[in-house]
Design a protein around this ligand. Structure first.
Ligand code: DUC
Ligand code: ZN
Ligand code: ZN
Length: 480
């Protein structure tokens, strides 16, 4: 009986909780059956492969506009190619807002860019100018349209907001049921140290790490958590770089505060020493927060195993090294404060985390799925449509060879950027086939990315993102 369009046959299915051998039956791009001996009009043999839910990269910058008018060089098309090559089938990029402008100023433009996406996507909304009109009118409208996640920056010119503005964003998110994601670094402390480094004649990329040590990240993380606790609004801390910052999250969680944390592969495999490579090379590794010292990665793995950090995203940024629009946008002799922060990692994310995590014995393969697909989908209200293998879920699947050894090269990343910070890094474990809603979008490295094939994913509000109903002294300033 040919009841399925496609059957993925005989692989070891991995979810966030289990591994088992099963066939997966797909109809109209959705999983309908898990079983044995399934029939379909077509079949793909997965014997000897792990079958994983497609990766959900809940933090990546794609074709993003910046305040200076530049646009990240990774387009939705090239990002999708890279994502599919690396086994990711859902992305959550960022729609911009700039100071002095409403969200609406760039909303249509960004939506039009995203509409060309070959890969399914949800959206975060950056908030840099939280005026009453933005918070009381535009944010509720966004939530109504399925964009439920706001990102704020506690550092960076011209993005950062102050504590009072942050409180206003938290309160607005609480009123409408949105998630708040926070870039935690102390704005004034970084400026103070950066200016001193320049006065001391240290303009090179290596100074990036010195300008923003762990303390400035830890302080801002504690402050963000305390203000979120004051409002009783759950928050998600982006790109945690070290155990000291994870410790602030763990302490808050232990007292019941709803705070969650993400880290990224760059903090697991790169270090500040990479930014001290000769000449301008160090810029290839510049991201914020900064990669830390050798040894810090083990502290992050401990926080991952403890559940304090439960999402691993790429924080992919499309800034090329050789191009005019990338790292040297502000001039070939830019000091470290004028080099765009962020590095590419869409395709490398899953292989790096599998290799450093599962193949190295630090986590189980079920943890790998939980960290890279299931929890990101849950956190941003896309589960169970995305992030798992179950009847009713989209047939976003990855066949994974757990023993293949690969040396990472920029060509393998299939992105638009002219370098990978992971060049020459050896990994064990590699995706051999990617399916997006039942369609093969990557087979043995050959990618098919069809413009416009990706769908916008409206987000629900997950339980974790709902307030606890506890405010200091019982006075809820957000609701007055
Ligand atoms: N923060 C991000 O989230 N991404 C890129 C750069 C940054 O500082
Ligand atoms: Zn950030
Ligand atoms: Zn980012």
């Amino acid at each position: 009986m040919n009841i399925h369009d496609l059957v993925i046959r005989g692989g070891t299915v991995v979810t966030a909780s289990d591994t088992f051998v099963a066939d997966i039956g797909i109809v109209d791009g959705r999983i309908v059956t898990l079983g044995t001996g399934l029939d379909g009009r077509e079949a793909i043999d997965a014997t000897g492969r792990l079958v994983l839910p497609g990766g959900v990269d809940s933090h990546c910058h794609i074709e993003q506009l910046e305040a200076d008018g530049s646009v990240h060089e990774e387009s939705f098309e090239s990002a999708a190619r890279s994502a599919f090559a690396g086994g990711t089938t859902t992305v959550i990029p960022f729609a911009p807002q700039f100071k002095g402008e409403p969200i609406a100023a760039h909303a249509d433009d960004y939506r039009a860019r995203a509409a060309r996406s070959p890969i399914d996507y949800a959206l975060h909304q950056i908030i840099t100018d939280p005026t009453p009109d933005v918070l009381d009118r535009e944010v509720p409208a966004l939530v109504g349209a399925g964009v439920r996640s706001l990102k704020v920056f506690l550092t960076y010119d011209p993005l950062h907001i102050d504590d009072r503005q942050f409180l206003a964003v938290l309160a607005a998110a609480k009123r409408v049921g949105a998630t708040v994601c926070v870039h935690c670094e102390n704005y004034e402390a970084i400026r103070w140290r950066a200016e001193a480094l320049l006065r001391a004649g240290r303009p090179e990329p290596a100074s990036h790490a010195v300008s923003r040590p762990k303390l400035v990240e830890r302080e801002a993380t504690y402050r963000a958590i305390a203000l979120a606790e004051l409002v009783d609004q759950p928050i998600h801390i982006f790109h945690v770089s070290c155990a000291e910052v994870a410790e602030e999250i763990a302490r808050a969680r232990a007292r019941g505060v709803k705070v969650t944390g993400e880290t990224c592969p760059q903090y697991l495999v790169l270090t500040a020493a990479d930014m001290a490579r000769p000449g301008r090379e160090g810029a290839k590794f510049m991201c914020s927060p900064s990669p830390r010292e050798a040894g810090d990665a083990e502290g992050l793995w401990a926080a991952i195993r403890a559940g304090t950090l439960d999402v691993i995203s790429s924080d992919h940024c499309g800034f090329s090294f050789g191009g005019q629009a990338g790292k040297w946008l502000n001039g070939a002799d830019s000091d470290f404060t004028r080099i765009p922060n962020g590095i590419p990692g869409l395709a490398a994310r899953l292989p790096l985390v599998f290799s450093e995590g599962v193949a190295s014995g630090r986590i189980e393969v079920t943890d790998f799925v939980r960290l890279t697909a299931t929890t990101p989908a849950k956190r941003f209200g896309l589960y169970p449509r995305k992030g798992t293998i179950a009847p009713g879920s989209d047939a976003d699947l990855v066949l994974w060879d757990p023993t293949r050894r690969v040396t990472l090269t920029n060509a393998l990343m299939q992105h638009a950027i002219d370098y990978t910070p992971y060049e020459g890094h050896e990994v064990t474990g590699w995706p051999t086939l990617t399916l997006a809603r039942g369609q093969v979008v990557m087979r043995d490295g050959t990618v098919t990315a069809t413009l416009g094939a990706g769908r916008f994913l409206p987000a629900d509000l997950p339980r974790d993102a709902r307030p606890r109903g506890l405010v200091p002294d019982g006075f809820d300033a957000a609701l007055v």
